[in-house]
Design a protein around this ligand. Structure first.
Ligand code: G
Ligand code: G
Ligand code: MN
Ligand code: NA
Length: 254
């Protein structure tokens, strides 16, 4: 309850910021884009993890306001980078969406207005959604996702394999990429790699790109590359960066 009140205040006082974690090509190790990750810079507690406050924001309904701020902030930053660095047009920006945000009727109407207002090139914009929001209401999910595709956004299924994916529905949804959860990556080399192999084959067959998360060792990188996984992110390549560090990484591409 205490955290809830502080969260309310934090939204009013704009105590949030976005970090950007690089996504790289596993073939070359080169930067292909970023995932935007929200941080709460609490005046006393210091940095509070989204793993802690996103669930509270969801329980209390504050996620709508916070989610709008995240979308605005990420899109504004992306527009600034596109203006500064032409090479940015070849990068992707992943933005996480809470399942609750997807249930907002006017989400994509508002988003399209924002994109038009900012004159943004949309080709690299990708929304990350979790499996859980696809199972609760299958018909509605595919209608909502179609709306996102209609306004030129791409879709990525996050934390794949950790929820209850209904595999038959996966092929009916307009998904562009799939993220292998880091729990599977961590087990590479220890256990059988059958699950990762199967996920990559599934994605290939459905025409989806694959991004592996949580790559921490060189061995994991090499194994994923050998299994045909095209993209990755993780501490081996880079931790989530503040705006200055991310800008530097983009500038280095020129
Ligand atoms: O950045 P970190 O690993 O601490 O994130 C923890 C969790 O919070 C992850 O599951 C991540 O998906 C989630 N998260 C981070 N940023 C956002 C965001 O902007 N929106 C939503 N809905 N979830 C986020
Ligand atoms: O659920 P989601 O995929 O959005 O969560 C991404 C989170 O994973 C980020 O908050 C990020 O800080 C964290 N993360 C990114 N790379 C690594 C990594 O290599 N190892 C671990 N343990 N966590 C990571
Ligand atoms: Mn994510
Ligand atoms: Na994830």
């Amino acid at each position: 309850l205490e955290l809830e009140q502080e969260l309310r205040k934090a939204i009013k006082n704009k105590e949030f910021c976005l970090y950007y974690q690089p996504i790289v090509s596993l073939t070359t190790g080169e930067l292909v884009g970023f995932e935007a990750l929200v941080r709460w810079q609490h005046p006393i507690r210091g940095v509070v993890s989204p793993g802690l406050f996103i669930p509270i924001a969801e329980e209390t309904g504050l996620i709508y306001e916070l989610g709008d701020w995240i979308l605005h902030s990420a899109i504004n930053q992306w527009r600034d980078w596109q203006e500064q660095f032409p090479s940015c047009l070849n990068l992707v920006l992943h933005i996480n969406l809470s399942p609750l945000q997807l249930s907002q009727d006017n989400l994509f109407v508002k988003l399209e207005q924002l994109l038009i207002e900012k004159h943004l090139d949309r080709t690299g914009l990708k929304l990350e959604i979790t499996e859980s929001c696809l199972i609760s209401n299958q018909v509605k999910a595919s209608r909502v996702l179609d709306q996102a595709k209609k306004i030129g956004l791409q879709l990525c299924i996050d934390d794949f394999g950790t929820g209850y994916s209904c595999l038959s529905h996966l092929q009916e949804l307009p998904l562009d990429s799939l993220k292998i959860d880091r729990t599977f990556v961590q087990h590479l080399g220890q256990k059988d790699d059958a699950i990762v192999r199967a996920i990559i084959a599934l994605a290939d067959n459905l025409g989806m790109e694959v991004v592996a998360e949580g790559i921490e060792t060189f061995e994991q990188w090499q194994q994923l590359r050998a299994l045909g996984c095209e993209f990755g992110q993780g501490y081996l390549f880079a931790k989530p960066m503040d705006i200055h560090q991310a800008t530097y990484a983009i500038a280095a591409l020129q």
